[in-house]
Design a protein around this ligand. Structure first.
Ligand SMILES: *[C@@H]1O[C@H](CO)[C@@H](O)[C@H](O)[C@H]1NC(C)=O
Ligand SMILES: *[C@@H]1O[C@H](CO)[C@@H](O)[C@H](O)[C@H]1NC(C)=O
Length: 474
């Protein structure tokens, strides 16, 4: 069913909803437990800093005849030596923290009958255990959503030490204080976590871009097509993975095929780049007019031993000699349709159709069309990842030529076969491969570096596995 007929069906039926929600991803990102472990190492320092910002309220109370108040509570350190982020199937992520340790300082004030005292105190909070469950989802713009769907915090040990002259007073109420502090902390910690997630994390993910410019003509859409999917082993993100022309984004005339993602989870991250991902790139570049290429005299290597002129071809095309004697030539290559590749377990292959228009360059520099060839061939692609970019190179098998049109009389195409073979392998291919070697950026934040890269082909998609390193700024 074409795009237009889907639109018609959608207009008529409410079935449309089912059709549009069951979208296959064009690009899948898998973050495994190893990736989460790495993220946890990076994230824990940030969390420690956040927790040290906890604002604790002043509190006061009465125990028997003792009135006490505590103020200016500060947390100079919050250590999280043991923590883990694990995926929770169908929910999101769990952050568990055990044996955390915190230290608090503050001022105390106490009144007992006619005795008054004040000073400072230090509290050591040990054995803090926390479990925070983060529910992950996606909104209509394809951005992730994040919220706390559960939080527990327990503290098993609070020790208060007072300084000041009236140390004996401390003994009268330290247990009460310790219990009250413990309770305050237990509830405050979860409140604060929920507020941080809501105000900081959720606010940040809401501003995440879901499209990016690849160059001045092409963009890529990597919005989520479904909520993040957590399993016991990993967190999978199904992204649109669709390239489009910045000047004019038009609907893609085919849909992404389902990806049978393997259960690999050794590397920190995996990327599944589907044939949809590559084919929308083909369409976008084709529509942007980027798949046009010229072969001119200047590109012919010196050692070729010939010049690109009408003299070279006149041996096979006698009319050329009469009509355009000894004139330089040039070829314009274009694709009448966007290339369409398939990915199988053996690799990437495609059969491009390329129009090759030959021109004679007249003395006044205008171009006289000579003949139009159609070239097809089996092209295979090798893919790799370098510096966060997908890079590739093409290999072309035997090319097949046919004559589509001629202004200089018909001729036997096989006469020009060897010249075209040479132009393809020694002029066109090295230039295409130089471009592919520059590669295409993976949708990764700037400071993420990949190592230990695995590249494997599956039906309909290319699987990339890698370990990640986060480059600190500066
Ligand atoms: C160039 O020369 C050709 C033939 O001599 C002529 O037909 C054509 O109009 C000229 N073009 C320009 C731009 O002068
Ligand atoms: C391309 O490969 C297919 C199948 O392997 C084959 O049938 C076809 O002839 C090849 N085309 C060319 C131009 O070699």
């Amino acid at each position: 069913m074409g795009m237009r007929s889907v639109a018609v069906a959608c207009g008529a039926l409410t079935l449309c909803l089912a059709l549009t929600t069951a979208t296959n991803p064009g690009f899948v990102v898998r973050i495994t437990q190893a990736g989460l472990d790495y993220a946890q190492q990076q994230g824990i320092a940030i969390l420690e800093k956040e927790l040290a910002q906890l604002k604790l309220p002043d509190f006061s109370g009465k125990s028997g005849k003792v009135h006490y108040s505590f103020s200016s509570l500060r947390i100079p350190s919050f250590r999280l030596p043991y923590s883990r982020i694990t995926p929770i199937p169908n929910v999101g992520l769990q952050v568990s923290i055990s044996n955390a340790f915190a230290e608090l300082n503050g001022d105390w004030r106490v009144k007992f009958l006619f005795i008054k005292g004040h000073g400072s105190f230090n509290v050591k909070v040990q054995n803090v255990n926390m479990k925070i469950i983060l529910r992950l989802g996606s909104d209509t713009s394809g951005r992730p959503t994040i919220s706390t769907s559960g939080c527990t915090a327990t503290i098993s040990n609070v020790r208060v030490r007072f300084s000041g002259k009236l140390a004996w007073l401390y003994n009268l109420f330290h247990r009460i204080i310790e219990r009250k502090l413990r309770k305050t902390l237990e509830s405050k910690v979860c409140d604060n976590v929920a507020r941080s997630v809501q105000n900081e994390l959720q606010k940040q993910v809401r501003t995440l871009p879901v499209t990016a410019r690849i160059d001045d003509k092409i963009g890529i859409d990597y919005s989520l097509v479904a909520p993040p999917r957590a399993t016991t082993q990993s967190l999978d993100l199904d992204l649109k993975g669709e390239f489009y022309s910045l000047a004019h984004r038009s609907p893609v005339p085919f849909s992404p095929l389902p990806l049978a993602f393997p259960s690999d989870h050794e590397r920190m991250v995996y990327f599944g780049a589907s044939s949809y991902f590559f084919n929308t790139a083909g369409i976008a570049y084709h529509e942007a007019g980027a798949l046009v290429f010229e072969i001119t005299e200047a590109m012919i290597p010196k050692e070729a031993g010939f010049r690109l002129d009408t003299y070279l071809f006149s041996a096979f095309i006698p009319q050329l000699e009469e009509m355009y004697p000894n004139m330089p030539m040039k070829f314009k290559l274009s694709t009448p349709t966007a290339p369409f590749l398939t990915i199988g377990e053996g690799g990437i292959s495609f059969q491009p159709i390329v129009d090759i228009q030959a021109y004679a360059i007249l003395p006044n520099s205008s171009l006289a069309p000579l003949f139009l060839l159609s070239l097809t061939g089996n092209v295979s692609a090798v893919i790799n990842v370098r510096s966060g970019r997908i890079v590739g190179s093409l290999d072309v098998g035997r090319i097949r030529l046919s004559l589509k049109d001629s202004a200089v009389g018909t001729f036997q195409v096989h006469f020009v076969q060897s010249i075209m073979n040479y132009l393809t392998s020694s002029v066109l291919l090295p230039r295409l491969n130089a471009r592919l070697d520059e590669g295409f950026r993976l949708p990764l934040p700037d400071r993420i570096q990949l190592s230990n890269i695995l590249v494997r082909f599956h039906q309909n998609f290319l699987l990339l596995g890698a370990d990640v390193r986060f480059q600190p700024r500066g």
